[in-house]
Design a protein around this ligand. Structure first.
Ligand SMILES: Nc1ncnc2c1ncn2[C@@H]1O[C@H](COP(=O)(O)OP(=O)(O)OP(=O)(O)O)[C@@H](O)[C@H]1O
Ligand SMILES: [Mg+2]
Length: 459
């Protein structure tokens, strides 16, 4: 076995670098050197070294900066600091900030080599430990809560998610609001080899363009008013983990270009910086917009779409997987009960009927909210229909669906169906429904009272 541990030596004096290079090579180490802290930072960011040995006092970039950068890059890399003027205080603070060892110059060769060997062992144990943890997690998938559902369409999505989770492939999750896109994204992360790393996310539609840019990519001090210090971006903070780009369809055009670069080159340039920094994250994006449609309208770059859509997961709306309703209701009621430390409540027959036929335009989130609403209003153990939000119990069937059984519906029937459907989606609010329909509220009232005079449409 001839694995040579690699050491990066950082010092501003070339004499010391030369001496250490010769010494450490003779002792069987792979040696890289960097003269000065700046060169040190570049090497740390560009390559993997098993151990870093750095001088503390250097102009511009100090040994402590090296320590911080090395820990950010890979927390398993031991950093040994060397100093000519060791004080107990600085030794303590270096070790507190994560230095493996603090050694005072001049030191004997043996002393240094012994410390480096110990650092190698330490690293090996840490690496092994992390691998073991991952292995355990892989074997024990049951400890990771599986998103709930048993319908064929949902299980197909889950299976694909499980299949791709160990890879680093970019995933695009499309689905209506509330269908569980974030739930699936977290599930993929938890099953992945990156699960020890962070899962960070941002909602691309929630921030103004320049703020979104500096949140994602970071910025350097002075790059804009208010940038009083360097700021690490979220991509950098998620290093080693996964990054969830929520509502990616809302991303402004200029940032779409930057994101494309992240996906192609795996690097990003912080705002105001000249050099790119590496991006080591697995990207999971989500959208409730039809991205293909947004591309046609010129709102979304097609090249970015193809980069994001390496693995496409399409979450079906709840109304298209009604098989999942019972399981979801049971699980959600169970969750609500454990939050309050009470026995789970159940839906009475009539309430269940209403829930089973309702269209759920807001999907699982709407179901969750409706059940919470009902639980709060229910004293006993059975939830009556009256405790559910009115829109759910008011009309049992979505008219458009109900009337599809008519072979040749008249325009009036279709209009009526559409109006009732919008009204239902707006929770019975006539003013809002009129707005959505683009008609005057008085027109809506007139139409509604006419419908009331007519006989109910048969299903
Ligand atoms: N399969 C599922 N099992 C358990 N809970 C779920 C499932 N799907 C969704 N939920 C719950 O429904 C709610 C909405 O899910 P989530 O936030 O993932 O939806 P989303 O698709 O990201 O919605 P939006 O587009 O509005 O952001 C959450 O509270 C989540 O816990
Ligand atoms: Mg979401």
């Amino acid at each position: 076995m001839s694995y040579k541990p690699s050491v990066l030596v950082v010092d501003d004096e070339s004499g010391i670098l030369d001496t250490l290079r010769i010494l450490l090579r003779n002792e069987g180490f792979e040696v890289a050197t960097a003269q000065g802290g700046k060169a040190g930072l570049e090497q740390i960011r560009s390559g993997a070294h098993d151990i870093i040995l750095s001088d503390v006092r250097m102009p511009q970039v100090s040994g402590l900066d090296i320590l911080t950068a090395a820990r950010e890059q890979d927390p398993m890399t031991p950093v040994i600091l060397m100093t000519a003027q060791a004080s107990l205080q600085s030794a303590i603070s270096a070790v507190n900030s994560g230095a493996f060892y603090y050694i005072q110059k001049p030191f004997s060769n043996d002393e240094l080599v012994a410390i480096l060997r110990r650092a190698c062992e330490y690293r090996a144990v840490k690496v092994e430990n992390t691998q073991l943890k991952q292995e355990i997690r892989r074997r024990d998938k049951t400890t990771i809560a599986r998103p709930i559902g048993k319908s064929k369409r949902f299980l197909d999505v889950l299976k694909l998610a499980e299949h791709v989770s160990p890879t680093d492939s970019t995933v695009l999750i499309q689905g209506e609001s509330g269908t569980g896109k974030e739930v699936i994204a977290r599930y993929i992360h938890n099953l992945s080899s990156r699960s020890d790393g962070p899962f960070l996310s941002i909602n691309c539609g929630a921030l103004p363009e320049n703020l979104l840019e500096s949140e994602l990519f970071g910025h350097v001090k002075g790059s804009f008013t208010g940038a009083v210090r360097d700021k690490q971006g979220l991509f950098a903070a998620a290093r080693g983990g996964s990054f969830f780009l929520d509502e990616v369809g809302e991303m402004p055009a200029s940032l779409q270009v930057k994101l494309l670069r992240v996906l192609q080159e795996r690097e990003a340039i912080p705002v105001g910086a000249t050099e790119a920094i590496p991006v080591d994250v697995r990207i999971i994006a989500a959208t409730n917009r039809e991205l293909e449609e947004e591309i046609r309208r010129g709102n979304f770059r097609s090249d970015l779409f193809y980069r994001l859509n390496v693995i496409a997961l399409n979450l079906p709306p709840l109304r298209e997987r009604r098989d999942d309703l019972l399981l979801l209701i049971e699980a959600l009621l169970q969750n609500l009960a454990s939050e309050t430390g009470t026995e789970p409540k159940a839906l009475a027959a009539e309430a269940l009927d209403a829930v089973m036929v309702y269209e759920w335009p807001g999907n699982v989130r709407e179901l969750e909210n409706a059940l919470e609403h009902a639980v709060v209003l229910t004293r006993g153990s059975l939830i009556e229909a009256a405790s559910l939000p009115e829109r759910i119990t008011k009309r049992r069937k979505e008219p458009l669906v109900a009337e599809r059984s008519y072979r040749n519906p008249t325009l009036e029937v279709i209009e009526r169906a559409y109006i009732m459907w919008v009204l239902q989606a707006e929770g019975g609010n006539k003013t809002r429904a009129a707005e959505v329909l683009g008609i005057d509220p008085s027109t809506l009232y007139r139409k509604l009272s006419r419908y009331e005079e007519q006989v109910e449409v048969k299903v």
